[in-house]
Design a protein around this ligand. Structure first.
Ligand SMILES: [Zn+2]
Length: 287
């Protein structure tokens, strides 16, 4: 493409580019099996447990770091996407040199949602669209932990063994700390809309949720740990006017969405998720 044509095209897309609003996804992450998200400062005390879970410094209770959840969602979306898989495979050596651990192609859905650094020629631009907050245990979970004799500071101990292949006996018992099943954590994700493409990209978050439910969170997943599912999902929309205080004057529709909506326009279906729309302003998710 000639340079001035390219510039013209860029200018056209820049006209529509700008912060249009935030979409908040709230809900619960429910542990279907024991969850182990390790602390990098594993305890080295003599006689201590060497597989500690990460804890919130304030409450001393386990939590799900936003970085762990975000990293896993991105990883699963990348693996599920031909563009990013191809990029990672062909650029593997460059990847290793850069110390990158995520796709940086700048074209695939994951790069659009989760960001990338290699932005010189990329058509897609702007900041990372998603913020995944740390997920803290909800109040019911905290009282469940407090009132169970087998649970101490939010975790149970699971002993893992190695099987001696010749003798057929269990060896080297090693206690692992894990969050017990049925524990629930508060999910909080902010997705920012800057351009038309973001409207479509937003839906991929729910695809990532479904992929995660058939995968695992944290460590020891192939041995049954970390099975989770999402519950009580709600979407709140805060258009730009919400932040500028113009919301009463300007109810400009943020975007058209292709979600299947039920008659009451308050429930939308994305994949298996039936999502309740809680919009203080007006329902904007109707197609
Ligand atoms: Zn990419």
């Amino acid at each position: 493409m000639m340079n001035n044509e390219k510039n013209k095209k860029n200018n056209e897309s820049e006209v529509n580019f700008g912060f249009k609003g935030n979409i908040l996804i709230c809900g619960k992450i429910v542990c279907d099996t024991g969850l182990h998200i390790g602390d990098s400062n594993d305890s080295l005390e003599i006689g201590g447990i060497d597989n500690m879970v990460i804890r919130d410094k304030e409450s001393d209770l386990p939590y799900i770091p936003g970085s762990s959840l975000k990293g896993k969602l991105r990883f699963l979306l990348e693996l599920n996407d031909q563009d990013s898989t191809k990029y990672i495979l062909t650029e593997y050596e460059t990847f290793k040199k850069k110390g990158a651990n995520a796709c940086q192609c700048g074209e695939c859905v994951s790069c659009h949602i989760f960001g990338f650094t290699n932005s010189d020629d990329a058509k897609f631009k702007g900041p990372t669209r998603i913020i995944v907050r740390d997920a803290l245990p909800d109040d019911d979970t905290k009282s469940f932990w407090k009132n169970s004799d087998d649970i101490s500071r939010g975790t149970e101990l699971k002993v893992e063994n190695r099987i001696d292949r010749i003798e057929g006996t269990a060896k080297d018992p090693r206690p692992t700390e894990r969050v017990p099943r049925t524990s629930k954590f508060d999910l909080n994700i902010v997705f920012s809309i800057y351009c038309d493409e973001d409207k479509d990209n937003f839906k991929h978050i729910f695809r990532a949720f479904e992929l995660l439910e058939d995968s695992y969170l944290g460590g020891n997943g192939s041995r049954g740990y970390g099975q989770v599912h999402f519950e009580e999902l709600s979407i709140y929309e805060k258009p730009k006017s919400y932040y500028t205080g113009e919301k009463s004057k300007n109810h400009e529709r943020l975007f058209n969405c292709n979600f299947e909506c039920s008659d009451d326009e308050k429930h939308c279906k994305i994949g298996k998720y039936n999502i309740e729309i809680k919009n203080e302003f007006e329902p904007k998710f109707k197609s």
